[in-house]
Design a protein around this ligand. Structure first.
Ligand SMILES: [Zn+2]
Ligand SMILES: [Zn+2]
Length: 257
């Protein structure tokens, strides 16, 4: 943090004292800089995913290894991405904060969410690429009009900004809003099974203006606020792979449902 940024933050905190989004206690300037909108006590109440999760879909397991038992979420399913990682469990305070951000439209909480998501860097596999294209899961334009913003886009931006202090210059992160959500014009009930699967897979499309970088050893990071079954990540990955040869596609999220 530069001196100027620090001074500007101090002035802002003097005019609008920053409060913890979990319990409303005032936050010190240092705390606000290191962990926006969350006091130490509230941060301690969040549940990190930890090390014990499925190496494919990111499903978290308590006290047992998924490889021994097979993954209850992705076993037998064909997922189009390579792996998926989430930072925290979607429970208690974490879920409430996400709710306040998305539905309470507290857009500045994107700073908290993007910062929380940097926990995914603990997974070594993210350090194996020198360039990640960061693709937010898109919302349909009608939904963006209702909400006023796309939460995944806001989180992705903050994640990139916050990650710089973690990965330094070794890994380049480029915001790459390549996808759009398209309308289902045909009702699912009118289709046979094969068409239904295709119809669902076509929930997303690549933007026409899409241009991949010349450098071809990039990976794609698909960002969502919450990952539950990882179907959305898989559909987004399939759409990206229909456009280009992409060696690695990973999904990342703040919360795991
Ligand atoms: Zn608090
Ligand atoms: Zn799994």
């Amino acid at each position: 943090m530069s001196r100027l940024a620090r001074i500007s933050q101090s002035v802002k905190s003097w005019v609008y004292p920053p409060l913890c989004a979990g319990c409303d206690v005032p936050l010190t300037t240092d705390r606000q800089l290191s962990s926006p909108f969350l006091c130490r006590d509230c941060e301690d109440r969040l549940e990190p995913i930890g090390d014990n999760y499925c190496r494919i879909c990111g499903q978290s397991y308590e006290g047992r290894t998924p490889s021994r038992f097979g993954c209850v979420n992705c076993g037998g399913r064909e997922l189009v991405f390579d792996f998926s990682i989430s930072a925290y469990r979607s429970s208690g305070m974490a879920r409430e904060l996400m709710h306040a951000f998305k539905y309470g439209k507290r857009i500045p909480l994107s700073r908290l969410m993007g910062n929380l998501m940097t926990k995914v860097w603990q997974d070594e596999r993210l350090h194996e690429r020198s360039l990640w294209l960061v693709v937010p899961v898109p919302l349909h334009s009608r939904r963006i009009r209702e909400r006023g913003f796309n939460q995944s886009h806001e989180i992705a931006q903050e994640f990139i900004r916050r990650s710089r202090t973690i990965v330094g210059g070794k890994i380049e992160l480029q915001l790459f809003p390549a996808l759009k959500r398209v309308t289902h014009s045909v009702r699912q009930a009118q289709l046979d099974r094969k068409e239904r699967l295709t119809n669902l897979a076509n929930a997303y499309a690549c933007k026409r203006s899409l241009r991949f970088p010349e450098k071809n050893d990039f990976g794609v990071l698909i960002v969502d606020d919450v990952i539950t079954t990882a179907t959305t990540i898989s559909e987004c990955a399939a759409t990206m792979r229909s456009q280009a040869e992409i060696s690695t596609i990973a999904g990342i999220s703040v919360l795991r449902g």
